[in-house]
Write a protein that binds this ligand. Structure first.
Ligand code: HEC
Length: 367
């Protein structure tokens, strides 16, 4: 968000009152987002947030607490780091900090400086320091203690963990399951003491399926064909047909283009068009060709740097142009407030640092 450059000029004919309402709406939006985020970890922790979960998970329970309350002074940013203590990496957090003692001694909360500091009664000992106006809740303190007791496992973020096929969960109503995924769904339903809904009729089924995979309703002919197809693989055939249709790529691209901030205009209050639809078509095509995710990522970030880059690979880098920007007007330089983060700098992500070669070599957006 770019409040710094967000201006509603009287020339646009907007009355001050309307401006106020617009700003209030933005503020409300932020408040709602903030509430959503604040809610997430608590909900994740289970229905009763007062009871710590049996196994405390770093990504789910601990990282949000440390990130909201500690990383500002004990995180990746070396310049901001206090007390010689870094809490976002297990290796660093278990080493002696400036005082000589370790913040975390896995398995031993009573010997961990972290626990002493978050439960301290003296104001000059308490963490986070009272002047930050941040305060851990008793539940958060309990979670941190439990986590250290259980070994303070800094599990890697799931995106760095190689997927492994898990064992199928055991379910009571085994007669209901048909595929492996059904086991997982049913186990969760049974945990919540819910019963599966009855199977949808064929008309409903093909409507859901078609909307889901193409974003469009089925035609009357599609429905008739499916309803009258007695073959065992009738459903599979519909799925295959929809996956092969060009609309499948459009439907999938819709989600990605939102995340990539695609827009047909420059995104400012005095908006003007931008011609970037070729990039949009590249994304659609990539989905329809079932391009692998690593290739999809590489081409968008640095397709132009690939050896013998094709025009398509260069087009993919349109990804970096999805920033809001102002055209140069009256001799003043253009403005790119949504600047993509491609300079070397410390990131709040595990084992990605500014020294990482990949980060340094990322191109700056060219617009
Ligand atoms: C606004 C900055 C700030 C925040 C936020 C903050 N700390 Fe600190 N922390 C400090 C400073 C400054 C010191 C060094 C002075 C001291 O020991 O009190 C310190 C020291 C510590 C130490 C002792 C390090 C040593 O030398 O042994 C621990 C443990 C600690 N903090 C834990 C935490 C935890 C856990 C959180 C979050 C719940 C947190 N801190 C949040 C500023 C901060």
């Amino acid at each position: 968000m770019w409040f710094g450059t967000f201006r509603l000029r009287p020339r646009n004919g907007l009355l001050p009152a309307i401006r106020l309402v617009l700003l209030a709406c933005c503020a409300c939006g932020f408040a709602l987002i903030a509430v959503g985020f604040a809610d997430a970890p608590a909900n994740d922790a289970g229905a009763k947030p007062a009871e710590p979960p049996a196994v405390v998970d770093y990504s789910r329970h601990i990282r949000p607490i440390l990130s909201n309350n500690c990383f500002k002074c004990h995180g990746p940013d070396e310049k901001e780091r206090k007390g010689g203590l870094r809490l976002d990496l297990g290796e660093a957090a278990t080493k002696p900090a400036d005082s000589g003692s370790a913040a975390i001694v896995p398995g031993r909360p009573s010997e961990s400086a972290l626990v002493a500091r978050i439960t301290a009664t003296a104001a000059d000992e308490l963490m986070p320091p009272p002047h930050t106006n941040k305060k851990l809740t008793p539940h958060e303190i309990e979670l941190l203690q439990q986590w250290i007791k259980q070994g303070a496992d800094y599990k890697l973020h799931w995106s760095y963990v190689k997927p492994r096929r898990p064992a199928l969960p055991v379910v009571h109503n085994a007669g209901w399951v048909r595929t492996g995924i059904d086991h997982f769904i049913l186990q969760r339903l049974e945990q919540a003491r819910l019963k599966p809904a009855p199977e949808a009729d064929r008309i409903t089924l093909i409507r859901r399926l078609t909307l889901d995979l193409t974003g469009l309703p089925p035609t009357r002919e599609d429905v008739d064909q499916f309803v009258n197809d007695a073959a065992l693989d009738a459903y599979d055939k519909v799925v295959d047909r929809l996956l092969a249709s060009p609309q499948f790529g459009e439907r999938m691209a819709q989600e990605w283009l939102d995340l990539a901030r695609y827009g047909d205009t420059n995104g400012y209050e005095n908006d003007s068009d931008r011609a970037i639809w070729k990039y949009r078509d590249w994304v659609i095509d990539a989905f329809n060709r079932n391009m692998s995710f690593d290739q999809f990522t590489i081409e968008q970030i640095a397709g132009d740097l690939l050896p013998d880059a094709t025009p398509e690979q260069r087009t993919a880098t349109g990804f970096s142009r999805n920033v809001t920007y102002k055209r140069r007007r009256r001799g003043r330089p253009g403005r790119i407030p949504g600047q993509i983060c491609c300079r070397p700098h410390e990131h709040d992500g595990q084992h990605l640092s500014g020294d990482d070669d990949g980060v340094r070599r990322m191109p700056r957006p060219q617009i």
